[in-house]
Ligand binder design. Sequence first.
Ligand code: SF4
Length: 359
Amino acid sequence: MPSLPRNVRRQLLGWYQSNRRDLPWRRTADPYAIWISEAMLQQTRVETVIPYYERFLDRFPDVQALASADLDDVLGEWAGLGYYSRARNLQRAAQIIVEEHAGHLPDDPEQLRALPGVGRYTAGAVASIAFDRPEPIVDGNVTRVLARLLDMHDDVGKPAAQRRLWEVAGELVKGPEPGDLNQALMELGATVCIPRAPRCLACPLLRHCQAYRKSDPAGLPVKGRKKPPRRVEAVAALVLRRGRALAVRRPPSGLLGGLWELPGDDLQDREKAPEGILRGLRERVGLEVTNPQKLGTVEHIFTHRLLKLHVFRCDEAPRGRTRLSGFDAHRWLPPTSLRELPQGGVTRKALTLLLGEPP
Ligand code: SF4
């Protein structure tokens, strides 16, 4: 497979200088801020990230502030961005940076990769953008641009294709302005070399693009089929006692770790929702309820599962003392205060069903 001609680099940088979008993380040289933006941008669109990024930096302006924050506050600022392990990892990494690196992000990609949640992509992005190190990055945008430039028809999910992409990105980034070069590649993928209908006539690399000349850019990159998400059903209830509702917190690791939700459980094999809510509340929070009323269902897509949550309301006071199994904290709060706890999208949907749209 051919390599890229040398002037691709110069053309990309020239194009980037006059076409780059003005994004808040491009106005700073602070490695901490750049790291936060890169963590947020994984799996999330630029327009969604901007207000989160600004609020997060207002609240936690430096590594020390993030390291010493309450995890509930960190998750609260993250609520709505999804993939909550990113927020937990950011805080753990901040604590390590304070303890082992005197509060400064390391500039060495290997040291960056030793931090929780920092993979090859994030390490390359921070090292190149914040520290001017010639480290490559390969994300979805870069993959698409390179696969098309090289007219690469291998499945880009396969290790050999990944190796090749990292190698080409590594060759390209060598030279001055490595951070801008990486950002230029990503920007081209985000604004010109877009998935379905690439704007080839506006592309600075048109002359070098093998797919444009030889095949069909829109058909690249080739991706193997993903497994469809697993369907899971679960139950949850607003359990009321003397006007207060029970909220429970998940343990810190795993899916939605550290977030608050309504008590309940996954349905077991062939179990119906009305039985499941009685069993779930008994087994997971030690409470016996009578006459739970089903209000409806909400659905939520996680990366590998499609969750259907049956939502109940229990107005009659439950019997028993709260004993947690698989949760690590609980609170009885006025129902509307449940919305203020750090929570995932599925709990927000369930609360909207139970309490109406937030004011
Ligand atoms: S010419 Fe078209 S397919 Fe090739 S890199 Fe540019 S936008 Fe992408």
